[in-house]
Every structure is written in C-alpha cells, then in structure tokens.
Ligand binder design. Structure first.
Ligand SMILES: [Cu+2]
Length: 119
C-alpha cells in the first residue's frame, strides 16, 4: 500500500517537472527566435534615397529628406539621422541626391551606415 502511494507521488512529480521543463523550453526557444529576428533586423541596412540637406559633423548628425522606405514602413519625410563615422560622407555635399542605408540598432534608434551620391 505504501509503495503504491510513493510511486503515484513520484509519477505526479515527474509529470509536473516534465510540464514545467516543456514550458521553459518553449519559452526559451521563442525568446531565442525573437532575439535572432531582432539581431538580423538590426544588422540589415534598409535602402533609401533622398536629398542630403545638411551635415553636422560635430554631433555626427545629418538631415535627409527621404522617399518612402518600404522595408521600414516609413513614408517620405525630412529627418535627422545619426552617423557612426564621418568618413561615410566623403565626397558628398549638402544638396546632393543620395542613396543611403538605414540601420536599426534599437527600437526607434536608427543610424545611416552608408551613403553615396546619386548622379
Ligand atoms: Cu524618416
């Protein structure tokens, strides 16, 4: 009789821990997948075209009027962007038409990684 009780307690414990583990694992997998998705989004440059309005080298900021950016779901607009390296602006003057790439590094945080003059 005692043996039966112990084994049924063991079964319940095993079942409980198995369920908990399955829950944790699916949670982890889901989180990993989300992180991977975010990482690949962060790495990807969103291609856009527009006009370079101004350059603020001291603050590593540029102002661009860009067309719609489909991959980000953005309409056309005029906005400031950060840049990481002033060297990407070499040979580009304010007022020029440009093609550029926008990188999302965090939610609502974008920078321009590449910019080339359009002729
Ligand atoms: Cu914009």
């Amino acid at each position: 009789m005692k043996k039966v009780i112990y084994s049924s307690v063991l079964v319940v414990l095993l079942a409980t821990s198995a369920t908990a583990m399955a829950g944790d694992m699916s949670g982890m997998n889901h989180a990993d997948m989300q992180n991977m998705g975010h990482a690949s989004t962060a790495m990807k440059g969103h291609k856009a075209e527009g006009v370079l309005n101004s350059i603020d080298l001291a603050n590593l900021k540029i102002n661009l009027t860009h067309g719609p950016v489909k991959s980000l779901g953005w309409p056309g607009m005029t906005m400031n962007f950060s840049i990481k390296d002033a060297a990407i602006l070499k040979g580009i003057q304010p007022g020029q038409k440009v093609a550029f790439e926008i990188v999302k590094e965090a939610p609502k945080k974008f920078y321009v990684s590449k910019i080339t003059a359009l002729k």
